[in-house]
Design a protein around this ligand. Structure first.
Ligand SMILES: Cc1cc2nc3c(=O)[nH]c(=O)nc-3n(C[C@H](O)[C@H](O)[C@H](O)COP(=O)(O)O)c2cc1C
Length: 265
């Protein structure tokens, strides 16, 4: 291959040696955990703050290094800086909020007006045709359907891994973040693609917002370790019946979404 066809590849960087600490050295772990613990969602930002272009680069650099199925790297990030476009996207979400209220979904939908206040605004996209990079038969069989379903999961997990890296990078730079997925429905995508010149083949998966918060952020409830970790076999004492699950959603969901962890028992 000539240099002309691979201009984006920096071989020196691509071949750089992997630099890990001694196994068990806590220094980087502790620094990473500080970022992970303090990555918290806010849904309203300081609208007057302007994100330096360099910060977008630093954040997307983290996204670029995420792992992905078959190393397909099936993500695209559209940075939105135009306040009018942000406002149009926010409007869509406010309409969605109203629709949900009318449809009686009983989901405690957040106040999406805050979207228009986000200084950092990135639309996360993927081309679903990348599922063909994963194990699929493409022969229309039932077996193929099963593989395709899994391929879609691989793709979405890959984009989520990259998105998470971006969120953590933003948190490491001092920003609060907001991960908005309420955009995945085909109808929503049809409305939103033209605003950003996104081709029909590209799916809009979510929006990544960041910036300084409008009010003091708070840490939300996390399940204790013993509730999520299983050693050697699945601990059935943490298995929820349908009824328990329904009850949790009915009585606790809104609290863990919108309240400080200190106020949740
Ligand atoms: C996959 C995913 C989808 C989410 N979708 C939405 C969303 O559509 N709207 C929203 O307001 N928050 C959304 N969130 C944010 C979560 O509500 C938030 O992360 C969660 O309540 C925990 O709070 P924390 O981020 O402060 O730890 C989403 C988060 C993730 C990881």
């Amino acid at each position: 291959m000539t240099e002309d066809v691979t201009p984006a590849v920096d071989l020196a960087e691509a071949e750089a040696e992997v630099d890990l600490p001694e196994i068990g050295d806590r220094t980087r772990y502790d620094a990473l955990m500080q970022v992970i613990r303090n990555r918290v969602t806010v849904r309203k930002f300081d609208p007057d703050y302007v994100v330096p272009d360099e910060h977008y680069d630093l954040i997307l650099e983290a996204a670029r290094h995420a792992p992905s199925g078959a190393n397909a790297q099936p993500w695209q990030y559209v940075i939105v800086r135009d306040a009018a476009v942000k406002a149009q996207i926010a409007e869509y979400f406010v309409a969605e909020q109203r629709f949900r209220a009318k449809a009686k979904m009983k989901f405690p939908t957040p106040d999406y007006r805050g979207l228009a206040t986000a200084p950092g605004f990135v639309v996360v996209c993927s081309d679903m045709r990348w599922v063909n990079a994963f194990p699929v038969l493409n022969d229309g069989s039932d077996l193929d359907r099963m593989y395709h379903e899994n391929a879609e999961r691989i793709l979405l997990q890959s984009v989520a891994a990259s998105t998470m890296a971006a969120h953590l990078a933003a948190a490491a730079l001092g920003y609060n973040v907001w991960w908005v997925t309420a955009i995945g429905q085909e109808l929503a995508q049809k409305d939103l693609r033209p605003l950003l010149g996104i081709p029909d083949e590209i799916s809009v998966l979510d929006i990544f917002l960041f910036g300084p918060p409008a009010a003091k952020p708070y840490k939300r409830f996390r399940r204790p370790m013993e509730e999520i970790a299983h050693r050697d076999s699945y601990d059935r004492s943490h298995f929820m019946s349908d009824e328990e699950l329904r009850d949790w959603i009915r009585t606790r969901r809104h609290r863990v979404m919108f309240k400080d962890a200190a106020k949740i028992d």
